[in-house]
Design a protein around this ligand. Sequence first.
Ligand SMILES: Nc1ncnc2c1ncn2[C@@H]1O[C@H](COP(=O)(O)OP(=O)(O)OP(=O)(O)O)[C@@H](O)[C@H]1O
Ligand SMILES: O=P(O)(O)OC[C@H]1O[C@H](OP(=O)(O)OP(=O)(O)O)[C@H](O)[C@@H]1O
Ligand SMILES: [Mg+2]
Length: 284
Amino acid sequence: MLRIAVPNKGALSEASAHMLREAGYHLRSNTKTLVHRDGENDVEFFYLRPRDIAVYVGSGILDLGITGSDLLAESAADAHQIMELGFGASRFHYAALPGTFNSVHDLEGKRIATSFPTLVKRHLKKNAVKAETVKLDGAVEVSIELGVADAIADVVETGSTLRQAGLETFGEPIMHSQGVLIARDGVKDEDLPERARILLRRLKSVSVARTYVMMDYDIRVKDLERATELTPGLESPTVSTLQDPEWCAVRSMVQADNVHAVMDKLYDVGARAILVTNIGACRI
Ligand SMILES: Nc1ncnc2c1ncn2[C@@H]1O[C@H](COP(=O)(O)OP(=O)(O)OP(=O)(O)O)[C@@H](O)[C@H]1O
Ligand SMILES: O=P(O)(O)OC[C@H]1O[C@H](OP(=O)(O)OP(=O)(O)O)[C@H](O)[C@@H]1O
Ligand SMILES: [Mg+2]
């Protein structure tokens, strides 16, 4: 049975569960459940704190895990990312009262509160800045007001927590993060057990189904080449003949966030009856 760690709560937990359900897995129905067996898919889910997941996977106790790439980077675990999951996007950033600092170099000799001390120390060292890190478990935004730090380094998604605390980011992001699937170091995709490779393929398919749409259109044969340059598809577009020999039909996958721009360009090269449909499920 495949053993996989998933976030039990927090920013990544609902999105992980949603993606796994879309991939056909049966998950816990009670948020207090910490171990749940999906007999049909031969998978056991362990609901753990996202911060601890890399430790379980890195030690080989669990086969795979879902966590944030910032938490993976923070942990000293022997685990690596095998797939980006496309949710839980955030930035890890320095912040302080407006007008206090402009870049990491202004932090020389200062105190920085964070729940990610390893990430921060690594970043300071890389920039040859000597500063003190103050390790806090959470709610770090309030630490400046309380006088324990001059700046903070924390996860920023919408920025509303920072704004409410009267703080502003400064400098470049320390890193960009998102939800990732992780495995133990030294384990390559091809070394994964069969069940894990199926899970990986299913998650990739959900990701593709979310990122792409299916586009159909008619085009004159003489304009086909110019049109298919705009819609090359993943491998190659499907081209079908129509009753009128001057026209043909094209079917191709297109990135969803680009779909209107592509339709406008297709129209300009002569495509008509351009239709877009969502992809419910797929295997790529
Ligand atoms: N808006 C957000 N707030 C917090 N974390 C987010 C957000 N969006 C994405 N994430 C990601 O979620 C992960 C943090 O999850 P979570 O907040 O559940 O853990 P934690 O801070 O260790 O636990 P807790 O908040 O329960 O003390 C990080 O990988 C972070 O990048
Ligand atoms: O930019 P925003 O959308 O406001 O989100 C970022 C905030 O959310 C997280 O806190 P969380 O809820 O995980 O609490 P914590 O600080 O106790 O970890 C993070 O630590 C920030 O405080
Ligand atoms: Mg948190």
